[in-house]
Structure formats: C-alpha cells, structure tokens
Unconditional design. Structure first.
Length: 249
C-alpha cells in the first residue's frame, strides 16, 4: 500500500501508525510525548497532521493514527502550523524557561511576550511518559495528581514511595528533563528517596540500585548472577561468542 506524505510517496502497511511511516521516510513531525518503547499516548498533540481520505480532510494525531488505506497527508500545512503554535504557546505558558519548549516555540514563531506566564522553575509538561514508563515496568510509584493548574506528577503525598525502585526510567524518557535524578558517591536520589548503587563486579562502576536488580530478577524469575553494567554485559557476550567461534572452527 502507498500513501503520500508532503508530496512524497511512501510504502505503508495496513494498521501502521502514520508517524512511523513518516519517520521511516525521513519526514520530520515534532513530538514530545512519543517514545518507540512506550507508544500510544497521543497527549502532547504536536504530531498533528492533516489527512485527505476519499475527498475528506481531517486532523489526526499521527502517533496514534493507523493507516487503513491510500491517503494523502500534510504535516506542515498552514492549519497544522497554527495548531502547533497554539499548543506551544500553552506549553510555554506552563514552562517558560524550559529549553526544549523554547526551541520549538522559536521554530514556530510563538512570541516570548504571551499573556500568561507560569512558574519559571516548572519543566514538566504533563505528557504522561514518565507515568506510563513506571506503569509498564510494573512499579506504579508515580502518577498525576490534582487538577487544573495544580496538576502535577508526584509520588503519593510527595513522600518517598515504597514502590519506587530508583531505576530512573521515568527520568530517562522525560522529554524536558523535568525529573531530577542525582548520583553522587555511590548514591542515587530521585523522588525524595535515596538509594545505594550497586557496583559492577567487573569494572567497579556504580550502575543500578539493589532494589532495581532485585526487582528485575523477580520479574525474570531467575538470578542473573554477576551484577554487571551494560558495557560489561556486552563484553561478556562478546567473549562467549568468540569462545564458541574458536571452539567450532
């Protein structure tokens, strides 16, 4: 099946998300809440695109729009650019000092003297990626709380959560670096909770919390043996493959 995006003819599979097709063909569509590992949010709406399907135009969120037939897509029409400007104006009002938001704001011509202004310390845009990452992991230590202008992501009562394992997945997926994670002297602090870091048994580098490793072992239903960082894990796999190759040749 073929679809046309901004005049470019692209191959597509039925049910494939429009954003995936665009990215595969090097067509840029801005996103904030999208992660390939955590698809399906569609909350930031920056990825909006116009779709022409059998003579009818509609505006869709490309990250959650499954292609079902031959369509024509416009990702940077005047209408779409206007929608993105309005969205970025609201995001800028919430997080006026955030570097990511300001970069996009300038690209789309949103002025810096808008009517509303938020907390200069605020960087969270409530995209929900961090909450979904925590849920997918199975911990569910954080969630969105409150309503309206007081809505935020937090642990229950802003207290250290017994469910948090200090893995940092929430911070790693955050598009605006709103979640603070600090590592110092073999300790990691996140969500008002401090964890001791386990050192890699090969290189000695602190790389994960004990709670994180225990949780992973429990989920996998096995004991992973040596506590190894990602670099050393790859090195061990390489050594094993080399040994197998040498013994079979």
């Amino acid at each position: 099946m073929k679809i046309t995006i901004d005049g470019i003819v692209c191959e597509a599979q039925k049910g494939e998300m429009l954003l995936q097709i665009a990215r595969r063909n090097n067509i840029f569509i801005p996103t904030l809440c999208h992660s390939d590992a955590l698809p399906g949010l569609g909350s930031c709406r920056l990825c909006m695109a116009e779709v022409m399907d059998r003579g009818r135009r509609s505006v869709v969120a490309s990250c959650i729009y499954p292609v079902k037939g031959e369509i024509e897509v416009f990702t940077h029409s005047d209408k779409i650019k206007s929608i993105r400007r309005n969205l970025l104006m609201l995001l800028y009002a919430r997080a006026p000092e955030d570097e990511t938001i300001n970069k996009l704001r300038k690209e789309y011509g949103v002025p810096d003297n808008i009517r509303f202004s938020g907390d200069i310390e605020e960087h969270c845009i409530l995209c929900g990626l961090c909450v979904k990452a925590c849920e997918e992991l199975g911990s569910s230590a954080i969630s969105t709380i409150n309503r309206g202008v007081t809505k935020k992501v937090a642990t229950p009562y802003d207290e250290p959560s017994s469910q948090c394992i200090g893995c940092g997945a929430c911070a790693y997926v955050c598009p605006t670096n709103a979640i603070k994670i600090e590592e110092n002297d073999g300790e990691r602090t996140i969500w008002n909770k401090t964890f001791q870091l386990v050192r890699c048994e090969r290189c000695g580098k602190p790389f994960a919390t004990r709670e994180q490793l225990e949780y992973s072992n429990k989920k996998l239903g096995t004991d992973c043996g040596e506590a190894l960082c990602e670099v050393c894990k790859k090195a061990v796999v390489g050594e094993k493959l080399k040994d197998i190759y040498e013994r079979t040749t």
